[in-house]
Design a protein around this ligand. Structure first.
Ligand SMILES: Cc1ncc(C[n+]2csc(CCOP(=O)(O)OP(=O)(O)O)c2C)c(N)n1
Ligand SMILES: [Mg+2]
Length: 815
């Protein structure tokens, strides 16, 4: 595979590839001298010693004294099982980095094996540089041990506090997609990604193997996946460890990899096998890249990957009370717990720790001996100090065109229709053009569907798999495309997160209803950002994760109920206010203004809800900028209360919700002429929270002056109505607030019918106003009857004609 394969053969007949796996002779090769092997094993022993120390000890770190009960933590927490293999891989990567001056970062899929990553970070000195109190001596080591899984200190995963980590691995499944995202557009970088065999059973991980079809060897870096087949999860065997070698090999060959197997439990043999395999795999990666880069003709190599079959809890206690521990699920967390109360277990722990011979590894003061220190890379080449793993350090501002250039002309408000997301697509096209190595667009097969297809004029969709002649006709595929499309929201968002965390920029879009597929990923990224921003000062700011939800609930004419779910933003409001922002721009120009703002921001997750269909345009670009800057505001043209006390506040949030609310305002202006109506539109959802709860929140004065404290507020909302109550309940005016929104009623409906089913239609809003404004209650009884009749009539019309009445479909703002 070192030669560039014949393009036609490779792409036209993919099934003809032969499985090319490692020959058994390779495993017999012994690249390490006896001395090197001894030193590397000693370094690994030091890592393992630290891992056990972190889990168990709060004092006596170097075992200078016999181990006493008081030296042991009260609560024993952490995961031993995953740790030894993580540091085993680390030690071997270090050798390759030093030998070949490589730029490598490390992703720990089983992030719960944090001791296996923290240990090397400490031994390399990075930990002490960042946290001087965890110095490279006995005192520092004691603090380093004690802080692990200790209240008020660090957790038992590779959390943001861990130098070198940009993937916590707390929630399993995203390591591989993160790793591939990190490798995009960084041609010299190798991302070594350890995948847990349990993690490999998750949906997100399973689909992420396909990321190799999106890596262009000319311009992208490489990912080296290392599947740690330690055989077990928490209390179960893993599937991949209990299928035949042939099945496993075929699986990875089928995914397009060239699998290498490093299998065994004897450290000396395993060191030789791992060293040989890393030399071969990294050599192969470099050769493939060289071939592609010299020819400037990108092809899809059969990238190598490694299956590391090693015992879970390797080098730990083999058995406890007749129960197998090493190489079994019993070693997953703390292999034996009752240490403080049980002298036999205290002895067992001491013997286990002394088996690593700490006196040979650390000098008198507690520092790693120079011979071992010399094994690690220096400076930024250390994986624990690699700037890619603190990507904000590398981040450059996006070059942004002036978004005003893409504005829709709005000569008269509320009369012309436009697809709201289309100008955004044109804006993103030029953002892409100006940032051809640091910006990508991510979406699951919906770029054109969401009307963002103008981006293809700047760059096509990345496609390294087979190309067919017909693809030239509208396929928009290219080896060097920068639009990432795959039908896996998980993989896409994982790529984007990896891309952002290594200092680049991006934009993700998806159908609103299916954003729930990535609920959990959103949660995890929000938690990561929150900790980085508020508790880890050495982490530099990264570009915000921008998520556009389009194809929204209110326009699912043929897709129906399954495609109606505006609940993602509910989830967003549960997360830390320091990293969450939600925008519901009512039209194309407000969407442009919001998008520009989001692309400039850092350390947030910005969620923008905007539908792709044609909608009335309400704001000129100048008005849009002012309105978005405020986040919430009175729309003068739609209001009739200027200079007076309003009788009612009609509020809206969301494109369709705003249009219906305006239609209701128009009916009321015509039919209830002495009504003083105030029309308020909300773009920035968090304006509805108190300022004490969210940085974008409103003060009481701000909220009260817009919404009043004593007038009825009829609020037409894009999403589930209770969200508005949740956000605004502390304001005095909340008692008068009546929110309409999606109530899980829908099927194949016309737009108006859907609004009527959920009582968000103009007719329902007019009735709501009549019911809640005392002076209208009896006076407007006739109008109310008319509205009721209109509801019945329009429902009947929709069911008979399959469409809304022309006066509804063609409605425009009349004033
Ligand atoms: C999505 C998800 N589900 C469940 C868990 C709980 N959990 C933590 S560790 C673990 C087992 C992981 O096994 P594996 O990936 O093989 O890692 P190992 O510890 O064996 O290295 C599980 C199920 C989790 N963290 N994330
Ligand atoms: Mg496992």
């Amino acid at each position: 595979m070192n030669e560039r394969p014949n393009e036609v053969e490779q792409y036209a007949r993919p099934g003809t590839w032969q499985a090319e796996t490692q020959k058994t002779e390779d495993a017999k090769r012994k690249p390490l001298s006896d001395k090197e092997l001894e030193l590397m094993n000693a370094y690994w022993r030091a890592c393992n010693y630290l891992s056990v120390g972190m889990i168990y000890l709060k004092d006596n770190p170097l075992l200078k004294e016999p181990l006493k009960t008081e030296d042991v933590k009260h609560r024993l927490l952490g995961h031993w099982g995953a740790s030894p293999a993580l540091s085993f891989v680390w030690v071997h990567l270090n050798r390759m980095i030093v030998k070949n001056d490589l730029d490598v970062i490390f992703v720990a899929g089983p992030g719960h094996g944090a001791p296996g990553v923290l240990g090397p970070a400490y031994l390399e000195g990075t930990y002490s540089e960042i946290y001087p109190d965890k110095s490279e001596d006995a005192e520092g080591m004691q603090k380093f041990f004690k802080q692990f899984s200790f209240p008020g200190h660090i957790g038992s995963h590779v959390t943001p506090e861990t130098p070198g980590s940009i993937h916590e691995g707390g929630e399993l499944g995203y390591s591989l997609s993160h790793a591939y995202g990190m490798a995009l557009d960084t041609p010299d970088l190798i991302v070594a990604c350890v995948v847990g065999d349990g993690e490999a059973e998750t949906g997100p991980l399973a689909t992420a193997w396909h990321s190799n079809k999106f890596i262009n060897p000319v311009r992208d870096g490489a990912v080296l996946p290392i599947l740690n087949l330690n055989g077990y999860k928490i209390a179960n065997p893993t599937i991949l460890a209990r299928i035949s070698h042939e099945e496993l090999e075929a699986l990875f060959v089928g995914y397009g990899y060239k699998p290498y197997f490093v299998e065994g439990d004897d450290p000396a043999q395993m060191h030789q096998k791992m060293a040989a395999t890393l030399e071969e795999t990294i050599g192969e990666i470099r050769q493939q890249q060289k071939t592609a880069r010299q020819s400037k003709n990108p092809f899809r190599p059969r990238w190598p990957m490694i299956v590391l079959r090693s015992p879970k809890g390797w080098t730990g206690p083999k058995e406890i009370k007749g129960h197998k521990v090493e190489g079994f699920w019993r070693s997953h967390q703390v292999p034996f717990a009752d240490v403080r109360d049980n002298p036999a277990n205290l002895k067992l722990l001491e013997d286990w720790m002394r088996s690593y011979k700490p006196e040979e590894l650390f000098d008198e003061t507690g520092k790693l001996v120079p011979e071992l220190k010399a094994l690690a890379p220096k400076g930024n080449r250390r994986m624990s100090a690699n700037p890619h793993a603190n990507g904000g350090l590398l981040r450059k501002e996006l070059k942004l065109p002036d978004f005003r250039k893409y504005a829709v002309e709005v000569p008269t408000r509320g009369t012309i229709e436009y697809e709201n997301t289309k100008p955004l697509g044109e804006f993103l096209r030029d953002v892409m053009k100006q940032n051809m190595t640091s910006f990508r667009l991510f979406g699951p097969d919906e770029t054109a569907s969401n009307r963002l297809q103008a981006v293809y004029e700047a760059s096509k969709k990345t496609w390294m798999a087979d190309m067919l002649p017909e693809d030239a006709d509208g396929g928009e595929l290219a080896r060097d495309g920068r639009v990432m499309e795959m039908l896996s929201e998980h993989t896409l968002l994982g790529w984007l997160e990896g891309y952002l965390l290594t200092g680049r920029h991006g934009f993700f879009h998806t159908y609103e209803a299916f954003s729930h597929v990535i609920d959990s990923m959103f949660n995890q990224h929000a938690k990561w950002l929150d900790i980085c921003k508020n508790y880890v000062p050495w982490r530099a700011s990264v570009a915000s994760e921008n998520i556009l939800l389009s194809s929204t609930v209110w326009r699912q004419d043929h897709n129906g109920f399954s495609h109606q779910d505006p609940g993602f933003i509910d989830l967003v409001t549960n997360k830390s206010s320091s990293v969450t922002r939600v925008y519901l721009p009512p039209d194309a120009n407000t969407l442009l203004s919001v998008a520009d703002h989001c692309l400039r921001s850092t350390d947030y997750i910005n969620v923008i809800v905007a539908d792709k269909q044609k909608h009335l345009q309400f704001t000129t670009i100048d008005e849009a900028v002012v309105h978005c800057s405020k986040g919430v505001g009175i729309w003068r043209r739609a209001s009739t209360d200027e200079g007076e006390e309003p009788d009612v506040v009609l509020a809206s949030c969301g494109d369709v919700a705003t249009m219906e609310a305006l239609a209701a305002a128009a009916i009321l202006r015509e039919r209830a002429q002495d009504l003083k109506l105030r029309f308020v539109n909300v773009v920035d959802l968090f304006k509805l929270q108190p300022a004490s709860e969210h940085p974008h929140g409103s003060t009481e004065r701000e909220f009260d002056s817009l919404f009043t404290t004593d007038k009825p507020i009829i609020f037409n909302f894009h999403g589930y109505p209770w969200l508005i109550h949740k956000l605004s309940y502390r304001f005095e005016g909340h008692d008068n607030m009546h929110v309409r929104g999606y109530k899980e009623k829908g099927n194949i409906n016309t737009p108006l019918e859907l609004a009527m089913l959920n009582e968000t239609s103009r007719f329902h809003l007019v009735i709501d106003v009549i019911d809640r404004v005392p002076k209208l209650r009896t006076k407007a009884a006739h109008l109310k009857e008319e509205m009721k009749n209109a509801i019945i009539d329009n429902l009947r019309y929709a069911h008979e004609q399959g469409t809304d009445r022309p006066e509804i479909t063609n409605w425009t703002w009349p004033y």
